[in-house]
Design a protein around this ligand. Structure first.
Ligand code: NDP
Ligand code: GDP
Length: 321
């Protein structure tokens, strides 16, 4: 039986990945940082909270990572933990650099110290492309990060590559485009919209305030994307892969699809709030997942419209539809 060590197990991807790996027969160990209350709601939602072993540790404390890794002796490490919200990265740039950037180096060092043959997945991001240099972004497209979050991810990306080249470690960057689900944090725009739809239907909310509704994203389903993380660690050689759907949509169109699902007109509720504009915007992202398809046999299974419907449905259920 293989052991997988997941940082960020309490987050969206951590929960879906843990479920996926448990179904494959893995022993799953999750790193959990100290918080005032345990944050296991996503694992509970997927009914796997009691099947995971937990290790206490924080990305900012490399000694805690080394201890947790030595105790759990993993075959594979999935490094998902980060300050993951672009918007907050302007408010907390230093914490973001430490957690999202330096945290990657801490994980790489913990692996190097514990057992350099452990395979490692790094959660890189389409935010690396930022001010896009090509209309459709692939592994060859130059990066141009546009936020403290993206700059921190760039550091993590190169450290992951550098440890592969320096120490022959099996480390992979998954350059994942936006992926969403009913477990997405409510600060991200898709979940903000689907939660608002459910609240409006139940009379608890009157309007939805958004910033730049013209931004375009390549939205996929997190449940599909975690399979690609696992596939990357099952190859003969480590490599970097773009994971995306290859379709891009505006925030406005996504909003329309969410409101249409419950028979409402989004224009009756939407309020544009300039305070929600970002200091520097990523206007459009569109990924090219051809390499993942060819080398990993991976392809996205969920259309973005079905994903938004799934999220609205889950939020309606939570509101006791
Ligand atoms: P979430 O925000 O849902 O989860 C982040 C996780 O990191 C949580 O479990 C959080 O724990 C943990 N964490 C934060 N700070 C620390 C710390 N100092 N020490 C230990 N753990 C910490 O993110 P997602 O699941 O959506 O994303 C997973 C990864 O993929 C992230 O690295 C993200 O940046 C990246 N990514 C995500 C994309 C997406 O569209 N979802 C796209 C591309 C990349 P807690 O909840 O207790 O704070
Ligand atoms: P990101 O791509 O990781 O930044 O994911 P988000 O879901 O946070 O944002 C996606 C896009 O939606 C960005 O271009 C935001 O500027 C835009 N957007 C517009 N209004 C909002 C809002 O109210 N909240 C968030 N989070 N994003 C918004």
């Amino acid at each position: 039986m293989k052991t997988a060590f997941i940082t960020g197990i309490t987050g969206q991807d951590g929960a879906y990945l843990a479920k996926f790996l448990l179904e494959k027969g893995y022993c799953v160990v999750g790193l959990v940082p100290r918080r005032s209350t345990a944050n296991l709601w996503r694992l509970e939602y997927l009914q796997i909270a009691d099947q995971v072993r937990y290790e206490d540790g924080d990305l900012l404390d490399v000694t805690s990572l080394i201890r947790a890794m030595k105790r759990s002796k993993p075959d594979e490490v999935y490094h998902l933990a980060a300050q993951s919200f672009v918007g907050s990265s302007w408010e907390q740039p230093i914490l973001t650099a430490q957690a999202t950037g330096m945290g990657v180096l801490h994980v790489l060092e913990a692996i190097r110290e514990t057992d350099p043959s452990i395979r490692m997945y790094q959660a890189s991001s389409s935010e690396l492309y930022g001010l896009i240099q090509e209309p459709q972004q692939s592994e060859q497209t130059p990066f141009y990060p546009r936020s403290p979050y993206a700059v921190s991810k760039l550091f993590g990306y190169w450290m992951t590559k550098n440890y592969r080249e320096s120490f022959q470690m099996y480390t992979c960057n998954g350059i994942l485009f936006n992926h969403e689900s009913p477990l997405r944090g409510p600060e991200f725009v898709t979940r903000k919209v689907t939660q608002a739809v459910a609240q409006i239907v139940s009379g608890r909310q009157k309007e939805l305030r958004l910033g730049n509704i013209f931004a375009k994203r390549d939205w996929g389903f997190a449940g599909d994307f975690v399979e690609a993380m696992w596939l990357m660690l099952q190859q003969e050689e480590p490599d970097d892969y773009v994971i995306a759907t290859g379709e891009t949509t505006t925030v406005e169109e996504m909003c329309k699809v969410a409101f249409d699902y419950v028979g409402l007109n989004y224009q009756d509720y939407l309020v544009i709030d300039p305070q929600l504009y970002r200091p520097a915007e990523v206007d459009i992202l569109l990924g090219n997942p051809a390499k993942a398809k060819q080398k990993l046999g991976w392809y996205p299974k969920t259309k973005w419209q079905d994903l938004i419907h799934m999220m609205v449905e889950a939020d309606l259920q939570r509101n006791g539809k």
